[in-house]
Design a protein around this ligand. Structure first.
Ligand code: FAD
Ligand code: SF4
Ligand code: SF4
Length: 410
């Protein structure tokens, strides 16, 4: 006879709210939708989670790897977890309790489930080794604003800014593709300190200005929510209003797999919209500096970049100065008067044969931008491959497994 329900113990999977950076990676990874979030916390639903562990390796902070042994009947509910500022301690369990019934999966389980993810959870084999989590919420590093420039036209709908942060003598190394956390000052409606927001690094590893201990961000001022209703984003407005000399609390660096390959001959296929340009600018500029310094960089660069209008496309001017021999560029505009709406997926289809050719080679693919772009891009890649007689599901799976297929949307 089994143990009475009240005495059954489970290993409950929990997320540490003090360390979690709200990057959404785990929610994207979980194959059975056991992870959810509200405005503040990412939480695991004890009624759904089967302890498979697929979400553990991709988590950039380790905050997801927390487990408490609890009576099944008294598992912490999703609503309870939403209210947490810190994890509860492990409670003492009575000695005659029944054995634990759910454990994290074996290594086999991990590998099996990780393969279901649409995006690589491992870095390219030749990527440089990233520094991770040098500073968390409890020990942020202070950076000084070295510059804050508007990138979009003055009459453009969106205000996107190029913000340069200087770290002085602090050790804060970043790689292209990594993100940092920004802690906005002040408290939210419930009186709690604002949680951090993530921003992709837009400059190469040797600094926005080569040889300087600084980095750049590409930040869009949020003035409406995803449904278009007026909403003043806390962190983006704080960042966009910063003046030269202001001091900012920073955490990170974060991101162990959305990194660029280092070996000569590797191709980069970059697909982005809006501020998703940040990691692409970092990677492109790193390759440009290598080439300018006479280093061997014979891999191809291909960029698909979408915005509403040219005046709203960050780095439009500098991009146009890059020669076609260095980068094959395809810009898509969705709101130009008198022209049909064009999105990155349309441009991918238009350039189909060249995209397919690149995908056959030693190519590393990067997607970045708002969440809504993902489905269209995936469909276009599938269509391009089918038209070229390629087996897209097999190629996609191989690229994911080999650390060559990276998606970061927010
Ligand atoms: C890994 C990662 C990298 C990121 N990189 C960048 C980057 O390089 N540049 C950048 O600008 N942002 C980036 N973001 C998004 C950023 O972290 C913030 O979510 C964004 O700036 C909004 O924060 P906020 O505090 O201003 O808005 P909040 O106060 O958090 O939200 C205000 C309202 O706006 C909605 N909202 C949130 N984000 C957006 C958005 N982007 N567009 C429209 N509505 C939104 C919210 O749902 C909410 O209703 C990244 C996010 C992640 C997870
Ligand atoms: S352990 Fe598995 S089921 Fe549970 S939240 Fe993580 S990925 Fe989902
Ligand atoms: S930091 Fe880890 S636990 Fe938090 S949202 Fe990202 S992946 Fe999930």
């Amino acid at each position: 006879m089994g143990a009475p329900e009240a005495a059954v113990l489970i290993r409950q999977h929990l997320i540490d709210p003090e360390v979690c950076i709200r990057c959404n990676t785990c929610e994207d990874t979980c194959p059975i939708d056991a992870i959810t979030h509200d405005d503040r916390n990412y939480v695991v639903d004890p009624d759904i989670c089967n302890g498979c562990g697929a979400c553990v390796p991709p988590c950039p902070t380790g905050s997801i790897d927390n487990w408490r042994t609890v009576p099944k009947q008294a598992a912490y509910s999703v609503v309870e977890q939403f209210g947490w500022d810190e994890l509860p301690a492990q409670q003492e369990i009575a000695g005659d309790a029944a054995p634990v019934v759910a454990e994290p999966a074996t290594d086999d389980g991990l590998q099996h489930n990780a393969a279901l993810s649409a995006s690589s959870t491992r870095a390219p084999w030749s990527a440089a080794h990233p520094y991770l989590n040098l500073h968390d919420n409890r020990k942020p590093v202070t950076a000084t604003v070295a510059g804050n420039y508007r990138l979009t036209d003055t009459d453009a709908d969106s205000d996107i800014r190029h913000i340069v942060l200087d770290f002085g003598t602090e050790f804060f190394p970043v790689l292209e593709g990594q993100s940092i956390g920004i802690l906005p000052p002040g408290t939210d409606a419930s009186g709690k300190p604002h949680f951090l927001r993530m921003y992709s690094v837009a400059s190469p590893r040797d600094g926005e200005r080569p040889g300087y201990n600084n980095l750049a961000l590409t930040v869009k001022r949020v003035v409406a929510d995803h449904e278009g209703k007026p909403a003043l984003g806390v962190a983006s407005n704080y960042l966009c209003d910063l003046q030269k000399g202001d001091r900012v609390q920073v955490t990170g660096p974060f991101g162990s797999h959305y990194l660029m390959p280092n070996h000569p001959g590797s191709n980069l296929l970059m697909i982005c919209t809006g501020t998703g340009a940040a990691p692409m600018r970092a990677m492109t500029e790193y390759r440009r500096r290598l080439a300018a310094g006479g280093k061997p960089v014979d891999g191809k660069l291909m960029l698909f970049f979408g915005a509403r209008r040219p005046g709203e496309l960050p780095y439009f001017g500098p991009l146009l100065k890059l020669p076609a021999s260095f980068i094959d560029m395809h810009l898509a505009f969705s709101r130009v008067d008198g022209e049909p709406k064009t999105y990155v997926q349309d441009k991918l289809r238009e350039a189909g044969p060249a995209v397919a050719e690149l995908l056959k080679g030693d190519t590393f693919l990067y997607v970045c931008g708002l969440k809504g772009m993902e489905a269209g891009v995936m469909d276009a890649l599938r269509d391009v491959c089918i038209a070229a007689g390629m087996d897209w599901p097999a190629l996609h799976a191989r690229m994911v497994a080999e650390g060559r297929f990276h998606v970061e949307t927010y």
